[in-house]
Design a protein around this ligand. Structure first.
Ligand code: FMN
Length: 215
């Protein structure tokens, strides 16, 4: 099979990013961009982000998860702690997050360290989820080999009847991670591949150094 994609070309012309216009704290620029995408390009699924981890096999692996909260401290998402990514983070907490918002021709790449959030925070979020999602978290040994779709469906039916009329407790193996950022790169597409790239690096607990990077 062969397909030549060399004619796939797009000029990026929707904006610019000037160092002089960027705030001291990158979380503020993240928030500004996030709000703009949410308001004008919601079809981009603003809170979908790619998280890359270094696996136990030493290979990087990337997959999409949903950002559920961000604060000055970091970025929170929820998952199964025993999944591939959960095990990878336990062994090596260094991760990379990335957002690609094609409507605005923007990308953000964030390097940081992930850690489990407090159990009561995971409890609170789990309680807020629809019952179907709670059961979904309970039923799935995420990333393990499944005999068949039927075996998953029958396990779900069993759980539905076990928990009928009862509150579903958060399983210990499911909860949130917070990624605490150490480096950000904000990318705005520009014509002729001469894109704007601004990198922030954390120097001390509170101070970020900003640089413009060559496209
Ligand atoms: C749009 C989208 C949102 C997703 N959100 C989550 C999520 O919030 N948490 C999660 O564990 N998996 C989520 N997934 C599934 C993951 O991409 C992945 O398949 C799963 O977490 C297992 O990954 P792992 O085996 O590398 O641990 C999402 C997938 C997509 C495409």
């Amino acid at each position: 099979m062969e397909k030549d994609l060399s004619n796939y070309r797009k000029s990026y012309e929707k904006g610019e990013l000037l160092l002089a216009d960027t705030p001291e704290n990158p979380m503020e620029l993240f928030q500004k961009w996030f709000h703009e995408i949410d308001a004008h390009f919601p079809e981009d699924e603003t809170n979908a982000m790619t998280i890359s981890t270094i696996g136990l096999d030493q290979f990087p692996k990337s997959r999409v998860v949903l950002l559920k909260r961000y604060t000055y401290e970091g970025f929170i998402f929820y998952t199964n702690y025993d999944s591939d990514k959960g095990k990878a983070i336990s062994a090596n907490p260094k991760v990379c997050l990335s957002f690609f918002w094609h409507g605005a021709e923007r990308q953000i790449i964030i390097k940081g360290e992930a850690e489990k959030i407090a159990e009561n925070l995971s409890d609170g979020y789990f309680e807020s989820r629809p019952r179907g999602s709670q059961l979904g978290a309970l039923v799935s040994n995420q990333s393990s080999i499944l005999e068949s779709r039927d075996s998953l469906d029958s396990k779900l039916q069993q759980l539905e009847s076990d928990y009928e009329g009862k509150e579903i407790p958060r399983p210990e193996f499911w909860g949130g991670f917070i990624v605490k950022p150490l480096e950000f790169e904000f990318w705005q597409g520009r014509p002729n591949r001469l894109h704007d790239r601004i990198r922030y690096t954390l120097d001390s607990e509170y101070f970020w150094t900003k640089n413009r990077l060559s496209p």
